[in-house]
Ligand binder design. Structure first.
Ligand code: NAD
Length: 267
């Protein structure tokens, strides 16, 4: 409790899945949260969820690829609470398509959401932190697809792996200001939100042409839920992580550490 007391956090792409869970988790640790999303319903639902948990939040609707949106979010956070301490670059466009099937315009757009959005928000927030003398924390939500080659998901894999070195480079540049930048790597996630659960096909059903065995290959034997990511996000956001920068915390049930031919629990 209170590990983020009085901190001000911005979470982009604050859907009821991972972003919303992190926003709520931050609030339970004492943070005030700006929930942003390109959809009005997601941004408002996130703010309502934080308030239901006893925290303070407000929604801002906008597109992470729009420089004015990033500036607007930071300005409104400063107007309301005077500062920004934490940014979570979480917004994503999944758009699972392969090299042979992805229209160029969609590829460019997907990279813009993942990499352009992180660039604009990290820069706007870093400028605010420097201006206000805040030794803050930026968390880039990655994916196991940043570290492994998934077939049929070319834009996502490329964007997320780009974020790995964006994280390191931004961390080096901002270190002199005491600002930390880290990655958080989730993997295929079992939604907690009943509506998302209803809409989402079992992860093993995607993407069409390639057979995937998500739960069978996971050493820990179950898919993580959004709640499983919250402790790592809170740690990276908190002052306990004062000497953690330019790196990544993976919360994947052992997926990326696994020796590739081994099938857990097969014998
Ligand atoms: N769900 C998973 O299985 C999984 C696995 C690994 C990594 N991740 C990562 O976790 C993060 C959250 O995933 P999720 O499953 O909660 O996603 P989600 O689709 O539930 O939420 C993403 C949100 O981003 C918003 N968004 C999309 N384009 C936007 C834009 N241009 N500007 C602003 N907002 C925009 C969407 O409206 C949506 O609310 C993502 O970065 C994702 O890559 C998710």
């Amino acid at each position: 409790m209170n590990r983020l007391r009085d901190k001000v956090a911005i979470v982009t792409g604050a859907s009821p899945n991972i972003g919303g869970a992190i926003a709520r988790g931050f609030a339970l640790e004492g943070a005030r949260v700006v929930c942003t999303d390109v959809t009005d319903t997601a941004a408002k639902a996130c703010a309502a969820r934080v308030e239901e948990a006893g925290g303070e939040a407000f929604p801002v609707v906008g597109d992470v690829t729009d420089p004015d949106h990033a500036a607007d979010v930071v300005e409104r956070a400063e107007e309301r609470w005077g500062r920004v301490d934490v940014l979570v670059n979480n917004a994503v466009w999944f758009n699972q398509k392969g090299l042979l099937t992805m229209p160029l315009a969609e590829y460019r757009r997907q990279l813009d959401v993942i990499l352009g959005g992180a660039f604009l928000f990290t820069r706007a927030v870093a400028e605010s932190m420097i201006r206000n003398g805040v030794a803050g924390s930026v968390i880039n939500v990655l994916s196991t697809a940043a570290w492994q080659g998934q077939p049929g998901n070319i834009g996502y894999c490329t964007g997320k792996s780009g974020l790995v070195n964006f994280t390191r480079s931004a961390a080096m540049e901002l270190a002199e200001h005491g600002i930390r930048v880290n990655g958080l790597t989730p993997t295929a996630t079992l939604p907690e939100d009943p509506e998302i659960l209803r809409r989402t096909a079992a992860p093993s059903a995607t993407p069409g042409a390639w057979s995937m065995d998500f739960t069978g290959q996971l050493p820990m034997g179950r898919l993580p839920t959004p709640r499983d990511y919250v402790p790592a996000a809170v740690l990276l956001a908190s002052d306990d992580a004062a000497m953690i920068t330019g790196t990544n915390i993976t919360v994947d049930g052992g997926a990326t550490a696994k020796y590739w031919p081994w099938t857990p629990r097969a014998s």
